[in-house]
Write a protein that binds this ligand. Structure first.
Ligand code: PEP
Length: 248
């Protein structure tokens, strides 16, 4: 039975000292659930300090980005090899802020997810449409294009988590309804099923991100095809994030 995934993306927030205090508190407040995995994705500077606290615990550690080479003259970049060495389990690839602020393309994201799995780490591929694309009925077309481009020649589908993150719902307080999310997740699962086989498609996690909060988590998690959430703003607050993890 596939576990759900509750992931916190801290973006560019929390110093290493603040990060350690947070995860120690989170370990005390949450428990080792049988049916859900909990993941923290702090900034790069907090990864190593947090990894020392999380060793042999039930919390997973993730990075928010990575470069697609293992080493070399790439000033300012961090490789999957380095992340693996400090015990990183997951990497977020292609978050909309990376696409829109830093110009990441589907081609770059495709290279990243391939290199991440080669290094034994699980990629979380983010996809999602802009507001005008939803309003002009292009949601499924955009999702299909992103899946096709980001998964070119990608074989290790069982290691992949797909995060549907409609851009209009990220950091806006305007979450997609459970029904809107469910129909896109079903579309994603069908697309994956056609390319890789239905069994694999049923076994991978398709999670939702976009203004997830203690108020909307329970309704979202009731949907059949929502296998978890990627939480930005609300994951910075220990009370809110603990409640999201403890969804009913
Ligand atoms: C995110 O950063 O992936 C995200 C979904 O942010 P928020 O929860 O703040 O909308």
């Amino acid at each position: 039975m596939k576990k759900t995934l509750i992931a916190g993306n801290w973006k560019m927030n929390k110093t290493p000292t603040e990060s350690i205090t947070f995860v120690k508190d989170l370990l005390e407040r949450t428990k080792n659930y049988n049916d859900r995995d909990i993941l923290i994705c702090p900034p790069f500077t907090s990864l190593y300090p947090i990894s020392t606290v999380l060793k042999n615990t039930f919390l997973f550690l993730g990075a928010q980005n990575v470069f697609y080479e293992e080493k070399g003259a790439f000033t300012g970049e961090i490789s999957p090899l380095m992340l693996k060495d400090i015990g990183v389990d997951f990497v977020i690839c292609g978050h909309s802020e990376r696409r829109n602020i830093f110009g990441e393309t589907d081609e770059i994201i495709n290279k990243k997810i391939k290199k991440v799995v080669q290094n034994g780490i699980n990629p979380i591929l983010c996809i999602g449409e802009k507001l005008e694309e939803r309003e002009t009925g292009k949601t499924f077309e955009i999702i299909k294009k992103q899946l096709e481009n980001c998964l070119i020649d990608f074989e290790d589908i069982e290691k992949l988590t797909i995060a549907y993150e409609p851009i209009w719902a990220i950091g806006t307080g305007k979450n997609a309804t459970p029904q809107q999310v469910e129909e896109v997740h079903t579309f994603i699962r069908n697309w994956v099923g056609k390319k890789y086989g239905q069994n694999i498609s049923d076994s991978i996690r398709v999670i939702y991100g976009g203004s997830v909060s203690p108020e909307n988590i329970d309704d979202l998690m009731k949907e059949k095809d929502i296998d978890g959430v990627l939480v930005g703003g609300a994951s910075l607050d220990i009370d809110k994030f603990s409640r999201i993890i403890d969804y009913k």
